[in-house]
Design a protein around this ligand. Sequence first.
Ligand SMILES: Cc1cc2nc3c(=O)[nH]c(=O)nc-3n(C[C@H](O)[C@H](O)[C@H](O)COP(=O)(O)OP(=O)(O)OC[C@H]3O[C@@H](n4cnc5c(N)ncnc54)[C@H](O)[C@@H]3O)c2cc1C
Length: 435
Amino acid sequence: MSEHINVIGGGLAGCEAAWQIARRGIKVRLFDMKPRTFSPAHSNTDLCELVCSNSLKGAGLDNACGLLKEEMRRMDSLVISCADRTRVPAGGALAVDRDAFAALVTESLRGAPNIEIISQTVEALPSGVTVIATGPLTYGGMNDVITALTGGEGLHFYDAAAPVIAADSINTEKTYLAARYDKGTPDYINCPMDREEYDDFWEALVSAQRTPIHENIDVPNVFEGCMPVEIMAARGRDTLRFGPLKPKGLRDPRTGLTPWAVLQLRRDNTAGTLYNMVGFQTNLKFGEQKRVFSMIPGLENADFVRYGVMHRNTYIDSPRLLNPDYSLRSRPEVFFAGQITGVEGYVESAASGLLAGINAAARLTGREPLVLPPTTCAGALTAYISDPEVRNFQPMNANFGIIQHEILKIRNKKERYERISANALEALANCTKNI
Ligand SMILES: Cc1cc2nc3c(=O)[nH]c(=O)nc-3n(C[C@H](O)[C@H](O)[C@H](O)COP(=O)(O)OP(=O)(O)OC[C@H]3O[C@@H](n4cnc5c(N)ncnc54)[C@H](O)[C@@H]3O)c2cc1C
C-alpha cells in the first residue's frame, strides 16, 4: 500500500497509535521534535518518555487502571508490553525503569516494518489521514494548527511533577520498608513522622516560596489528581495526613506503632538507585524543595536528582469536537489521541492512542471504526470524552465510576470491582474478534 498515515508526537499516545497502524500493514510517518527540541518536562532522547512518576498505577483487576492495562494487553499494546518487560518492584502497582521503558518502545518502533521515525517539529498539518498526539505541552506552531482545527482556544489546567531522590542519600536508620496493609512485597521506603515533626514540616511547607508560573495567576487551575503538595497542605493542617502522608496500614515494624504521618518513596529505576516521592508533585522553588523536604526524617541529606516542576497542560473540548472513534467531527481524516483529548494519565493516553491508531487505519482502508462499549474501561473513557452531554469538561482518569455495569449486590468492594472487570474483558473479547 503506497498511502501512509501521519502521527504527530511520539509520546505515550503517538507511539501506541503508530504501532497499531503499522501492524495493520499500513505505512506510518511518526514525527517527534525530540531529540532536537524538548518541552520543559521532557529530557530523554528516546520516544515514549514518562515525564514524572514511573508508575503506571495499579496492576490488579480490582483497580480500573489495572483493567485498562489488561484490555490493552489483549489488543496487543506496545506500551503495556514494554512496561511489563521493564517492570520494577512496586507492590500492587505496575512501575517501570523509565529509561529502559522508553528505550524498549523506541527500539521496537525502529525495528518494526512500516514505521518511519522523523525528528522534526511539526508546524503545519500534513495532508492525508493524521493522528495528532502532541500532548499536554504541544509545542510551537502546532498550537495554532490545533486552535484553527478546533475553532478556538484549547482548555488548560496546571499539572505538577514530583522530585526524584538518590537512594544512597536516604538515611535508612530513620526509614523502614513496607507496603500499605502489607499488600504485595514491601517495596516502598517509608519515612515516618511523629506529631511534632509533622507540624514543623507542615508549617514550613505552607509558608515556602512557590515558583511563579504566570504573571496573572496566583492560584492556578489545578487538576485534583495532580495537585501540588503545598496547595493541598494549605487546605488544612491535617489534609496531607488523609492524602499522600496517610499513615494508615503502614505500621513501623521497629516500634509496632503507626506513625502520625508517613512519606512513601517508590523505586524509580531497576537498579534501585533512584526513588520518587509519592504524591509530592510540587511547584516550590528548587531551593525551597531542598530546604523543606529535607525536614522529613530520613531525607536530612537527600540528594535531589530531579526537582518537582509545574506546567501548563492543554486539552481540547473533546465532547464538542470528537467522534467516538477519536476523529474530528469537522475533519474526519484528522484524529486526536492522548492527554490532549482530555483523558488523564499515562495509561489512559496510551489507550486513546491505541484506539485512534486502529481507527485511523480503518479510515484509510474503509473499514468500520472500532468503538468499544462503555462496559469496558477503554470504551467508557472514550464515551466520556466524546459525550456531547458532558458540560464543564475536565480531564478523566480510568475509574469504575464511568464504566457501565449492572447493579451488583456484592458488598466486598474488591470482589465487586473484579466482577466488573471480568464483565469488561468478556465484552472486549466479543467486539475485538476481527480487529
Ligand atoms: C509535568 C507533567 C507531569 C505528569 N505526570 C504524570 C504522572 O506522574 N502520571 C501520569 O499518569 N500522568 C502524568 N502526566 C499526564 C500524562 O499522562 C502525560 O503528559 C503523558 O505523557 C501524556 O501522553 P501523550 O502521548 O498525550 O503526550 P506526551 O507523552 O507528552 O507526548 C507528546 C510528544 O509530542 C512531541 N511534540 C510536541 N509538540 C510537537 C510538535 N509541534 N512537533 C513534533 N513533536 C511534538 C513531544 O516531544 C512528545 O514526545 C503528567 C503531565 C505533565 C505535563
